[in-house]
Design a protein around this ligand. Structure first.
Ligand code: UTP
Length: 291
């Protein structure tokens, strides 16, 4: 029997420089895909995977993220007084998703450092890490698939996908052999953050989904700055490999890099087209463009 996965950490203290100027005063995580901020998609995924506690790793100027998951008494009173019950339910439901706790990362020293900020709140249990700008559109929530893989292996699980050509230099990269019983599971023997294409051990990229055993915190306490001068989560997991098995996991679904301008636009169009209420009108409107 594996320990139940209850907690999900959301590193959200980065500067979002790829999306400037939009992210100068607005957190990247609060950019809106159709009608929900990016971070809400991630929180809903964690809840679908069985998590009941959300830990936001926040920083200066990002209070709107916390407010989004809190009650909004004035807004609720206003909607109630006008009998706008459906909208009232929408506003309330966000605050009911999960228990939300906030910790801060004073300086953006890297993803590994951001995850370390959640050490005390997570405690001694396995937990999820979701990077809110990676949006995974999947029939079964990506993190739920990973929790099932964890229940099968009892080991840390890293979300992975194959990327084409030189793109691997933008990702953490896994050296893997597929598991003989479950082809979605990849046994990891090594990993490297943002390799030069000629040095990449494979085209298996790490995506922004991790399920980690608590020993990762010990590892993160010992790592030194790596790629880009940042304290990299990949380096912490590489250290963990010396003590425990870690698996890559080929998830089922489609990922959008919504922290990148083009990726965000693509996600907006796809989610717009799929939207129950807006999709048909949006599709009809798009047809006027000679594509
Ligand atoms: P990214 O590299 O995508 O985010 O990190 P960034 O640094 O904000 O954006 P760019 O590259 O400058 O455009 C992935 C996630 O990790 C968080 C980010 O907020 C983002 O959600 N992060 C990154 C931290 O919380 N702290 C850090 O020191 C670095």
């Amino acid at each position: 029997m594996t320990q139940k996965i209850r907690k999900a950490v959301f590193p959200a203290a980065g500067l979002g420089t790829r999306f400037l100027p939009a992210t100068k005063a607005i957190p990247k995580e609060m950019l809106c895909l159709v009608d929900k901020p990016l971070i809400q998609y991630g929180v809903e995924e964690a809840v679908a995977a069985g998590c009941t506690e959300i830990i936001l790793v926040s920083s200066r100027g990002k209070a709107s993220m916390e407010d989004h998951f809190d009650r909004a008494p004035e807004l609720e009173a206003n909607l109630a007084s006008k009998n706008k019950t459906a909208l009232l339910e929408v506003a309330r439901s966000v605050a009911k998703l999960a228990k939300v706790t906030v910790t801060r990362q004073a300086e953006p020293l890297g993803l590994g450092h951001a995850v370390l900020m959640a050490k005390e709140i997570v405690g001694n249990e396995p937990f999820c890490v979701i990077l809110p700008d990676d949006i995974v559109d999947a029939r079964t929530a990506c993190m739920k698939q990973m929790v099932e893989a964890y229940e099968e292996t009892g080991s840390s699980i890293i979300g992975s996908e194959i990327v084409e050509g030189d793109a691997i230099q933008n990702y953490g990269c896994l050296k893997v052999t597929p598991d003989s019983k479950n082809p979605r599971l990849l046994q990891i023997s090594d990993m490297v953050e943002k390799p030069k294409p000629q040095d990449a051990p494979s085209q298996n990229a790490i995506i922004g989904r991790y399920l980690l055993t608590p020993r990762i915190f010990e590892m993160l306490e010992t790592i030194t700055p790596g790629a880009g001068g940042e304290l990299q989560l990949t380096d912490g997991i590489k250290a963990l490999l010396k003590y425990e098995k870690v698996y890559g996991f080929t998830y089922e679904g489609k990922r959008h890099d919504a922290g990148d301008k083009l990726g965000f636009l693509k996600a907006t169009v796809e989610f717009g087209l799929k939207n129950e209420k807006l999709g048909a009108d949006f599709r009809a409107w798009l047809k006027q463009f000679p594509l």
